[in-house]
Design a protein around this ligand. Sequence first.
Ligand code: IPM
Ligand code: MG
Length: 375
Amino acid sequence: MKNHGSSMIKVKKRKILLLPGDGIGPEVISEVKKIINWFNDKRSLDFEIDEDLAGGCSYDKHGTPITDEVFYKALESAVIMLGAVGGPKWDGVEFSKKPERALLKLRKELKLFANLRPAICFKQLVDASTLKPEIVSGLDIMIVRELTGGIYFGEPRGIKPIENGERKGINTHIYTSSEIIRVARIAFDLAKKRSNKVTSCEKSNVMEAGQLWKEEVQSLHDKEYKDVELKHMLADNCSMQLLRNPKQFDVIVTDNLFGDMLSDQASMLTGSLGLLPSASLGAKNKDGEMRAMYEPIHGSAPDIAGKGIANPIASILSFAMALRYSLELDKEADTLEKAVQIVLNEGLRTKDILSKGAKEVSTSEMGDAIISKLQ
Ligand code: IPM
Ligand code: MG
């Protein structure tokens, strides 16, 4: 991957880049846009919005999942709001041009190493979980997934011919001390503002990189975070514990691949994929600026795209995370999160979380209802 000199381009404090992407992405991001405009109009916040293509839609138009022009826009944005990328339409596309490469390039080259994925069971939706209510009610886990290292990006990689007409597929799992320490630090800092507990997951029983992970997390803890409770857990055990007793967890910190899987699993405990936001954060530079991308946990859901039934709440809550983590607008984040709660309390539901007695609303009706509660 080419380095585009990300450290040389200045971040514009108020610039928000919308990359709606594919499938239901455009529908849910258009609700976020309404909310940003509401904050601009009613709260005189001077957000500068730009919008462009990334993912399959960019491939269709430009033959590449993300153009250099869009990539540079991303570099100078304080906040990127991504919808979703990919879908079966692009299954046959060559690996390096797949829609997902846009996402991976943004993560890697913007150095967004810390992926925060909350799994919260909303009390209004306890019954939507496949687990018993007493197991999930009140659930509030934060998964911190390392996002720019490990097997997702390690070299060598590829598919190579070997003897006898066979081929071999190669990927490499690598972590350096500093990659482990910087993400562990995020997890410890978050835990301090929550229930003060970190569970670090790896496979130190099988992988050297897992052994290093465990040692570095422990030594950072002993040096700087003695007051935070730290537990190490093998990733397979963590997967089992998430189903057995998920409320034992507060913050989970883990590598890129385990984080991908454990966060999907944790999100399903809540029963409502359509509600869960995420943040991918970079490091702060010496001026305190940080690049960041926010996106709903759910994917592009091509089967329901264009029908106006997608749930915009995960994207809207992702924007609340942007207000909190990138824009230093905690009060506005609270207001937005509260508006979502009120609308859920009033029984408005998009199709994915519809239950008996609730009122079904479309994507844009849900967005409008949330805006109406912002006042
Ligand atoms: C996620 C997704 C991505 C990942 C895909 C779309 C590349 O599953 O954000 O969890 O594997 O990281
Ligand atoms: Mg995933």
